[in-house]
Design a protein. Structure first.
Length: 72
């Protein structure tokens, strides 16, 4: 009985090893070459039209609504 378990265990280990070796053999195909990135793609954010400059909104500070500096 013990020899049977040892034999079945050895066969399972051998089968798993063969299956793993065969599976890793298929995955060694040619690697895809990376596509070169062009200058227009790298600077794509610079191509956006700049927004119009806006004046700061100081209307909320009219009539002394600004708080005093901290610590006074």
């Amino acid at each position: 009985m013990q020899k049977t378990f040892v034999l079945v265990g050895a066969m399972l280990i051998a089968a798993a090893t063969v299956q793993t070796a065969a599976a890793s053999d298929r995955h060694h195909a040619r690697k895809a070459q990376p596509v070169p990135i062009t200058q227009s793609v790298r600077d794509s954010n610079a191509a956006i039209w700049p927004s119009q400059p806006t004046a700061p909104d100081w209307s909320r500070y009219v009539n002394g609504a600004m708080s005093a500096p901290a610590g006074r």
